[in-house]
Write a protein that binds this ligand. Sequence first.
Ligand code: F6P
Length: 315
Amino acid sequence: MGEGICDYTRFIVDLRRHMWLDGVETELRRLIWQIAVTGKYISAKIHESNRKLAGFQNLYGEEQLSLDRSSDEILKNQLQYSGFVREYASEEQDQVVEIGKGTEQYFVTADPLDGSSLVDTNLAIGTIIGIHKESIFARGRDSMVAALYITYGPLITMVYSAGKGAHEFVLNREGEYVLSQENITMKEKGSIYSPGGIRKDCSLGHCRFLEYLESERYKLRYSGGFVPDINQILIKRGGVFTYPAVQKSPNGKLRMLFELQPMAFIVEQAGGCATNGRDDILSLKIDELDQRSPVYIGSRFEVEKAKEFLSNSAA
Ligand code: F6P
């Protein structure tokens, strides 16, 4: 993208304009924009549920869907109306849902509201989206054309990549997503770590890796929400998030399609990487909707270190 869009325009760059200047193909551009707009509706639902927490009742006394399920409904409907999506796979559904006519070119994966159990604690949560061509049952590196996530925190922000860098937008008061950071570039090495799982359930190699980070004075940053934790690493330009293999779940906790692949796509576009401890997350083939994997994701230095500790202890 050369010098960067911000450098040669004095105007506020909104999401649609950015994608157009960035050369994102028309249908993909419209699809990403539609998903970003859906983030506004999901955020309204979150707000509604917070009003309930604050003692406000639903005006009509209707039974409310859980936040996860209503976010899923909103997203599915919006994608269906877009006319660009053939199939929708969501963390909230146990099967892939055909929402198109069979001729559309995109397949969308979604975690409509990741970390929704944090809503009552007023911590940040998010939506994670992967956009594929051909099929989702493939290697992410072969099938993914774009990914994005939306963070619902004190601000609503959206980071997308269509394969040419990772860019952050902030939702302003007028309801527009305006460019805040273009071509986010992570440093080779960061200074924060975000470790999921319980240490005594983890492998020796993993424990040694964490001890190494601590001896190097990395600061602990773990919120329990994958979106804000990854967002922090990206926006602070470095660090590592891990959810390892644990005794009860040798494949870790996080899901390949809905959480790991989209974030790996974005982090790679920002100069970082993501591995299961041995192989790149994007090089792993997807066979099942609910496929999970251990993960080490973030700056290159820490991810390589994790691989080193894991392979040395396995030997
Ligand atoms: O997969 C859902 C999720 O809430 C992620 O957003 C988060 O990273 C992880 O689970 C937290 O898991 P735990 O509660 O075990 O730390």
